[in-house]
Design a protein around this ligand. Structure first.
Ligand SMILES: Cc1cc2nc3c(=O)[nH]c(=O)nc-3n(C[C@H](O)[C@H](O)[C@H](O)COP(=O)(O)O)c2cc1C
Ligand SMILES: Nc1ncnc2c1ncn2[C@@H]1O[C@H](COP(=O)(O)OP(=O)(O)O)[C@@H](O)[C@H]1O
Length: 316
């Protein structure tokens, strides 16, 4: 997948493009359907599957007070999109100029002239151009004029609710990891570089790869069961993860701590890709390192047990 950082200043010659357009924060089930449609049509027509998304959330430019904390960092977004079979990823900076672009210019110049777009794929509630006033109907009108087929993807519903980045943010903050992952269509992902901590984990017998907490949405503090891929490896390992304040050994410091099961190695500076699969318990303050140690031991046992049962088909 080739990343294009500004389509208005780019010398890559896009031909025969099938373009999925959206902010795509979280890359949920609705986004996936839209992107899969673009990828399938590109394949069927020997074209290129292109994603047109933004380097920053549009609301950061339009109305900063309404800008949400994001579900994905830029790196996470790129990583997920790369797994969906896309040829080109446009990460357009959503500037004031871009926000004020005339809708007809967007279709006629950006999509048609620059990108050679054959078809676009947008969500049912898509709006674009100056003031976000142009909706799907207007886009279709310009599409006809410039010979760009506009495919509007119907809302994806789960349990009667329309899947959206907004309801997923709500579920994440409420600590409902099950619905978060269901709506995302994939487990909640955290990518980060392993940094140095207080070196107490190894003393306790549970070394933890530490990640920085970034300015984005995380599930509430607590202990989670998950899987982790270490940069350079080809398969995931099981892991127990603490997102929190580490009140027992390092009060006041917030971090994500990943203890990788059946692993021993130096991975400082490496990237790890953590997928949260199950919420296990609250983070607690213990009276001693011994108490903390035996509780973590129990977490590891519980997580192994859960994965074993899942493999045997006893649990979904
Ligand atoms: C699965 C797991 C659960 C943990 N639970 C807690 C907890 O409930 N309370 C707490 O204070 N520390 C907890 N910790 C410990 C801290 O997250 C951290 O690992 C420890 O302070 C060592 O930090 P270091 O990596 O900087 O050496 C847990 C760690 C793991 C791996
Ligand atoms: N099973 C493991 N899980 C996580 N990290 C491990 C493991 N085994 C070895 N390590 C290494 O040890 C480091 C964590 O040890 P720890 O004593 O907790 O140090 P720190 O406080 O710097 O995180 C990790 O960053 C990694 O390089």
């Amino acid at each position: 997948m080739v990343i294009i950082n500004d389509i208005l200043n780019c010398d890559i010659d896009l031909k025969n493009s099938y373009v999925a357009i959206g902010a795509f924060d979280g890359i949920h089930r609705g986004h996936r359907e839209l992107i899969e449609s673009a990828v399938a049509r590109a394949k069927a027509n020997n074209g290129k599957a292109v994603i047109f998304t933004f380097a920053n959330h549009p609301l950061e430019t339009i109305d900063i007070r309404k800008a949400p904390k994001l579900i994905n960092s830029r790196e996470e977004k790129v990583h997920i999109l790369a797994s969906l079979g896309v040829d080109y990823l446009i990460m357009q900076p959503f500037t004031k100029d871009f926000a004020n672009m005339d809708p007809e210019y967007f279709v006629g110049h950006v999509l048609k002239n620059i990108m050679n777009t054959k078809e676009i794929f947008i969500g049912f509630n898509f709006s674009f151009g100056k003031g976000g006033k142009a909706k799907t109907e207007e886009l279709k009108k310009f599409g006809e004029k410039y010979n760009v087929l506009v495919n509007v993807i119907e809302p994806v519903k789960i349990n009667g609710e329309i899947v959206s980045s907004t309801i997923i943010r709500d579920r994440i903050l409420k600590g409902n990891l099950e619905e978060t992952n269901l709506f995302l269509g994939a487990p909640f992902l955290i990518i980060g570089e392993v940094i140095h901590g207080k070196k107490l984990g190894r003393v306790m017998g549970f070394p933890t790869a530490n990640l920085k907490i970034l300015n984005k949405i995380y599930p509430p503090f607590g202990i989670y069961g998950g899987k982790v891929l270490i940069e350079g490896e080809h398969s995931e390992r099981s892991a127990v993860i603490n997102i929190g304040k580490n009140p027992t050994l390092k009060p006041g410091e917030q971090s994500i701590e990943v203890h990788i099961l059946d692993f021993n190695g130096d991975i400082y500076g490496k990237k790890i890709y953590v997928r949260l699969l199950k919420y296990m318990r609250n983070e607690k303050k213990f009276n001693s390192m011994e108490e903390l140690k035996s509780t973590i031991n129990g977490d590891v046992k519980n997580w192994r047990e859960f994965l074993k049962e899942e493999n045997n088909g006893f649990s979904s």
